[in-house]
Ligand binder design. Structure first.
Ligand SMILES: C[S@@+](CC[C@H](N)C(=O)[O-])C[C@H]1O[C@@H](n2cnc3c(N)ncnc32)[C@H](O)[C@@H]1O
Length: 257
């Protein structure tokens, strides 16, 4: 993925960096090092703004978040990344969480590779894992769940998810982007057989000083939706209920450590 630049011209490179969730101190050391040598930082809405201070003062900083007030299309973002790197600059593409977990990092990687540019991926701590962990929820717990599945709430109604399989799996479900679709997700899961009284935890703004958590039953979610705005992670399963952990502790045998 290396471009053969003209003689004497500095060759550009793109580093796709996962910013981690929420707080600026949840980026990896490798990600912080990439920022420290960047000529250009192209960053999205969920990356902590404090991370921009890690880049040299001379670095160009370009916000391309797709939230309110921003209109950049994915194609325009890919073109921007490629054009800056093709002009010989060290480009850091900074994305919230991990670039490859509902982050469209694959599309950017393809565009950079198609342009023949050097590219490196620095993984990030995904909110799918970190938001539950920061709220004290263990996604796997041998007393309750041996697996977890990460899905998006965005596509709750388009037939993308096999709700029967998700409901019957017994797997902990981690739903991203469910702030406006949590009610649909909960209805689909109950219709497919998940118990209506199963606990659901919502973790909002994980890793920031605004972090908040609420635990309710799946039927409550079907009725009332998500209690927080975005960004919020929804965790469905017995591991979500702090009381079930307590119950399991008091009834567990010595072999269930
Ligand atoms: C477009 S996805 C990007 C996910 C990101 N690539 C990752 O690995 O965390 C955005 C969703 O991630 C979740 N999210 C990201 N940061 C979060 C945070 N600090 N607290 C809670 N949820 C978060 C929310 O569900 C949000 O709607």
């Amino acid at each position: 993925m290396r471009r053969s630049g003209s003689v004497g011209m500095k060759s550009g490179k793109v580093t796709l960096v996962g910013a981690g969730p929420g707080g600026a101190d949840l980026i990896t050391v490798r990600g912080a090092r990439a920022l420290a040598t960047a000529d250009v930082v192209i960053h999205d809405r969920l990356a902590d703004p404090e991370l921009l201070d890690l880049a040299p003062a001379s670095a160009e900083r370009i916000p391309v978040g797709k939230g309110k007030g921003f209109g950049a299309t994915q194609d325009a973002i890919c073109d921007l990344i490629v054009n800056r790197a093709a002009s010989g600059r060290q480009v850091v593409r900074l994305k919230g969480g991990d670039p490859f977990v509902f982050g469209r990092g694959a599309e950017e990687l393809d565009a950079i590779a198609a342009a023949g540019l050097e590219v490196e991926v620095v993984p990030g701590v995904s909110s799918a894992l970190a938001a539950p962990a920061l709220a004290g929820i263990s996604l796997t717990d041998r007393r309750h769940s041996a697996s977890f599945t990460v899905l998006t709430g965005h596509r709750a109604k388009d037939g993308h998810n096999d709700w029967e399989a998700l409901a019957s799996s017994g797997s902990t479900l981690v739903v991203l982007m469910a702030a406006t679709t949590a009610s649909d997700v909960a209805h689909d899961l109950i219709d497919a057989g998940r118990p209506a009284d199963q606990p659901v935890a919502f973790v909002h703004a994980a890793g920031t000083d605004r972090q908040d958590r609420r635990t309710v039953a799946l039927a409550d979610v079907a009725r009332d939706g998500c209690p927080f705005p975005s960004p919020t992670v929804m965790v469905v399963g017995e591991v979500a209920d702090p009381r079930s952990v307590q119950r399991a502790r008091t009834t567990s045998t010595a072999s269930l450590v």
